[in-house]
Design a protein around this ligand. Structure first.
Ligand SMILES: *[C@@H]1O[C@H](CO)[C@@H](O)[C@H](O)[C@H]1NC(C)=O
Ligand SMILES: *[C@@H]1O[C@H](CO)[C@@H](O)[C@H](O)[C@H]1NC(C)=O
Ligand SMILES: *[C@@H]1O[C@H](CO)[C@@H](O)[C@H](O)[C@H]1NC(C)=O
Ligand SMILES: *[C@@H]1O[C@H](CO)[C@@H](O)[C@H](O)[C@H]1NC(C)=O
Ligand SMILES: *[C@@H]1O[C@H](CO)[C@@H](O)[C@H](O)[C@H]1NC(C)=O
Ligand SMILES: *[C@@H]1O[C@H](CO)[C@@H](O)[C@H](O)[C@H]1NC(C)=O
Length: 262
């Protein structure tokens, strides 16, 4: 936009052409919509048919009231792009999104939901349909807690459930030591993911408690006892307090082995 402003301080026909050019550029940016984001992110994964996945995605919410999209509406989408088990590498998180992804982006140690096809194509996006319309809206959609069966929330619940269903081996979860209840019963981690960890697939649940400067809790927090008690017997539980700086250090130093980060 800085360039456009500069070029507009010209005169006559040049200014007019520049104006048209800049306007159309602006419009392209605005209409760079969910479709193109979806496909450009999807095409980074070779093993999926993106058109098929897009169609399965659309059938979940198009032509529906955005507050009447139940979790099951996304079943065909999950079937079109199933999650693959990645034993010993699966990472779950609750209230630690930025730190987790800062780490997984730099090091190929763990896989979060947002590193999978479905999680990555829809990460950070908002979408919903409208009764009597075949369009996808990306503005004016209901917020996370505005209604139970809302388009975006139902997707994340369904995808989290499917991701947790394939968890296996050593499973890791990053929780937040700067909040009062690191293991919050209302979180997706507690209500959707943990109940799906079954001892026949999952050997260990290893919690990494991220300790920042403003830490107010740690692995001794009572909510962690609740977590230990709520997991399937047969899954070994562990929790380790790890400073945010150590996680960042491990992210930027490939010479530190994944298993030696904490
Ligand atoms: C949300 O969807 C579920 C499952 O389809 C249904 O049982 C429930 O009543 C719905 N909730 C609301 C508030 O409509
Ligand atoms: C933990 O939660 C606090 C409060 O919401 C937030 O400011 C902080 O960034 C979170 N920490 C991590 C590691 O994400
Ligand atoms: C998108 O949502 C806005 C705000 O609710 C509404 O005015 C508009 O008609 C919607 N567009 C479509 C295509 O549904
Ligand atoms: C699982 O993690 C534990 C410690 O958290 C480690 O002792 C064990 O070797 C790991 N097992 C595998 C298969 O990675
Ligand atoms: C916060 O972290 C510091 C440094 O690790 C530690 O000494 C302190 O006990 C921690 N406080 C809580 C409430 O965990
Ligand atoms: C853990 O937190 C408790 C209080 O919440 C605090 O007394 C203790 O020092 C903390 N332990 C560590 C290792 O930070």
């Amino acid at each position: 936009m800085g360039l456009c402003k500069k070029l507009l301080i010209g005169d006559g026909i040049t200014a007019l052409i520049t104006l048209i050019l800049c306007l159309s550029l602006g419009l392209t940016v605005v209409s760079r919509n969910i479709t193109s984001t979806f496909f450009s992110r999807c095409e980074k994964f070779n093993e999926y048919d993106c058109k098929k996945v897009w169609d399965a995605f659309q059938q979940a919410y198009v032509n529906k009231d955005p507050c009447k999209v139940p979790v099951e509406a996304y079943d065909p989408l999950i079937a079109a792009a199933p999650f693959k088990p990645q034993c010993n590498r699966m990472m779950f998180w609750s209230k630690t999104k930025d730190v987790v992804h800062g780490f997984t982006e730099k090091r190929d140690c763990f896989v979060t939901l947002e590193d999978t096809l479905l999680g990555s194509v829809l990460d950070g996006l908002t979408w919903c349909g409208k009764e009597g319309s075949k369009d996808t809206n990306t503005t004016g959609c209901p917020g996370w807690s505005d209604c139970e069966n809302n388009t975006v929330r139902s997707f994340w619940i369904r995808a989290s459930a499917a991701f947790a269903d394939v968890a296996c081996g050593n499973v890791t979860a990053m929780l937040n030591g700067s909040i009062n209840t690191p293991f919050n019963p209302t979180s997706i981690f507690a209500s959707v993911e943990v109940p799906r960890f079954i001892a026949s697939r999952v050997k260990n649940l290893n919690v990494v408690m991220v300790i920042q400067k403003n830490n107010i809790s740690n692995c001794t927090d009572p909510s962690l006892k609740n977590l230990r008690q709520s997991i399937d017997t047969g899954i070994t539980f562990s929790c380790k307090d790890v400073s945010e700086s150590r996680i960042q250090e491990c992210g930027s130093k490939p010479e530190i082995a994944c298993g030696a980060c904490w």
